[in-house]
Design a protein around this ligand. Sequence first.
Ligand SMILES: NC(=O)c1ccc[n+]([C@@H]2O[C@H](COP(=O)([O-])OP(=O)(O)OC[C@H]3O[C@@H](n4cnc5c(N)ncnc54)[C@H](OP(=O)(O)O)[C@@H]3O)[C@@H](O)[C@H]2O)c1
Length: 295
Amino acid sequence: MITITTPTGNIGRRLIERLAFAGKPLTIVARHPEKLPRSLLEGEIVRQASSDDAAALSRATEGTDVLFWLTPANFAAPNVRAWYRKAADAVSRAVRINRIPRIVNLSSIGANWADGLGPISGLHDVECALNDAAKDVYHLRPGFFMENFLTQLDSIRRDGKLHWLYPGHTRMPMIATRDIAEAAAARLTDHAWKGHGVLGLLGPTDLTLDEAVKTLAVIVGRPMKNVQFTPDEFRRVSQGCGMSHDFAESYIEMSVTLNRLNWTHIGEPRTPETTTPTTLGTWASHVLIPLVKVA
Ligand SMILES: NC(=O)c1ccc[n+]([C@@H]2O[C@H](COP(=O)([O-])OP(=O)(O)OC[C@H]3O[C@@H](n4cnc5c(N)ncnc54)[C@H](OP(=O)(O)O)[C@@H]3O)[C@@H](O)[C@H]2O)c1
């Protein structure tokens, strides 16, 4: 049995579509099962658990042969590292109790860094805990999600100013989450791999934010430009959005380190295997444009 967590997220949603279409029987573990489409509630086994609830996760993952695990960010966490450690502990206990033999773990570029990368260093803890809990674990380490542009939809519609903690000349590997779901589906259904593996997922090419926004502006047909937040501006805005003080600081730490070290140097090298097909233009046509049009 394949078990999928975070089924309402960017990746989980696409992964389930892909696997259900291929006729794979699934167990779906959701924090809020009521949010799932009726077709899944009627057609698949659905169980309820939060990512940090060890007892509920152990019950929900019973009978699992291969687990897709994704540790969600918790923007309200008063202690970000403690959140990741609690989730790491919960999933590794479930893996041990249910003797789950194989895990595909959605991690991040940079998760090989134990410290200094904010939430990404939290994902490092999750990787280590899963490696301790099972013999066969595959960590997927994607770069910057193209879906991050969707967090700026209101600005795209309003004045075209996109705010980041990164300068516009920052070059980063940008990937569509549908390509991440595709890579996860391939590992979940492939019984041949063994041991502790890591795969960087880097999109078709590295782009600066300025290059990306130039492309998006042409495709969407609206002027757009990047604006870099200072850490203090970010602190002020994040407080207004309900982000905890610690998460804001953790996010600032991540951006400072990424700006200093350079995204393209912290992760796995670009190779045919780490390069994925969906271009920013294709992503924008399929995903961004329909959402910009919905006023
Ligand atoms: N953004 C990037 O550029 C980037 C780059 C590399 C790695 N990542 C990693 O990618 C992951 C995010 O993936 P995504 O974009 O697919 O997720 P997403 O769209 O942000 O969705 C989050 C998912 O997690 C679920 N969730 C949230 N809190 C939960 C909890 N306490 N217990 C159980 N489920 C919970 C949500 O379910 P509900 O319906 O219950 O809310 C939803 O299904 C994170 O681990 C992030 O660190 C992101």
